[in-house]
Ligand binder design. Sequence first.
Ligand code: SF4
Length: 495
Amino acid sequence: MTEAITQTPVASEDVLSREQQKRQPLYAGRVEVYPRAVKGPIRRIKWAILGVLLALYYLAPWLRWDRGPDAPDQAFLIDMANRRAYFMWIEIWPQEVYYLAGLLLLGAFGLFMATSIAGRVWCGFTCPQTVWTDLYMWVERKIEGDRNARIKLDQQPWSGRKFRLRTTKHAVWLLIAFLTGGAWMMYYQDAPTLVSEFFVGQSSGTVYFFVGLFTFTTYLLAGWAREQVCTYMCPWPRFQSALLDDDSLVVTYQGWRGEPRGKHKRGESWEGRGHCIDDRLCVAVCPTGIDIRDGLQLECIGCGLCVDACNNVMDKVGLPRGLVKFDSEANQRAQARGEAPVHWTKRLIRPRTLIYIGIIALVAGIMLASLTTRATVDINVLHDRNPLFVRLSDGDIRNGFTIKILNMTREPRAYTLGLEGLENAAISVAGREDMAADGPIVLTAEADTIANYRVYVSVPRDTLASEAEPMAFLLTERDSGETARQESVFRGPER
Ligand code: SF4
């Protein structure tokens, strides 16, 4: 292959370009980004969202929720040891993991819809990577100064001042990372207990490991990796292009208005030139270091800070705002042709947004209906595998089952166990020989527990029509009458 290339006659500049390419490293080095501070309405919105999200994250584990005695009183808790998840008044058992699937579906389609309407609004405003990076940059700015001061500091040789500033910055970053890792673990353990045990060395090794892990990853991703996470690690930018269309709101440079760009002196005419004065402030404030004037790019997280930066410049030079703004590609093209733009709210209802809304409404409706009609009792039945059946001395056929009764209430409960679909069947429970042979089968389950029973079902051989007879166990709560049903199969010899 190499020979074939070298034997092919090429123009001298092509050869030069190949030689140059040979010297290029396979991977481009990282270009350090020094985002400059910016003021404006979008920055204020971002601060507000950041404050709310961080407050929710750090404070939610401290919210208490009275569930009665013997139950955790933390509003948001994933209790791995007891296999429960608590979200305020909702208690999820492992058997109800489909709620998690529902939540994931809602999250995914919510994200698809938000992207189709407002582009990478999730990335730019609410993604944890963006929120924590923003916080870390704020700390950095407070300690080391704004863009120019940081560039200068980076270029300076090590000195007492540089050492002091860097040490302070990393110490604060590590503290935030530790608080973040600690807060994460509070969603898995009772928060006040975890704090009191953690600092006296009484927490488990798992707790120390995960707090350490999340401290390290927060420090690494928000302090060091920053825009590299969005550009290279996150898969979301890769598939967002499939979710955007011409009517999605994205951060756009109005090239039709801005070009030809160039420096502008106060008092000079704007005739025959564009409104972009090429001061590169939109680039200087960008947390990913790109130039939005090059068009929509994978690296653009849609944070809108360049919109604030450009609007501030437009105010100063006395031109209308919106040279860089949230707009749709369709509007851009229309305005370039001299047509009037269509307000984005008029293009909200489109086939894809309708589909997303429909799916979200359906999943949310199913979840809501299932939550409101949720049973407090459930039954799981496991048929013995070996042997599938035994022949009793009187000729009857007996099957063995393990039955689990889930009592999802805070009180002990008694249930009656019955059968459906089997004629002349008799039920007996291992260890409960005290029950009268012709009386009801009464089983109990303590509050908030799973009770296990070994249950035997016997039927006369002659009543079996086939080697696998469908049947069902019916569990009825004795006070409320609430029932749970589980289908199974009664096995017998081949006929
Ligand atoms: S180009 Fe603008 S919107 Fe995109 S990431 Fe940079 S500052 Fe944010």
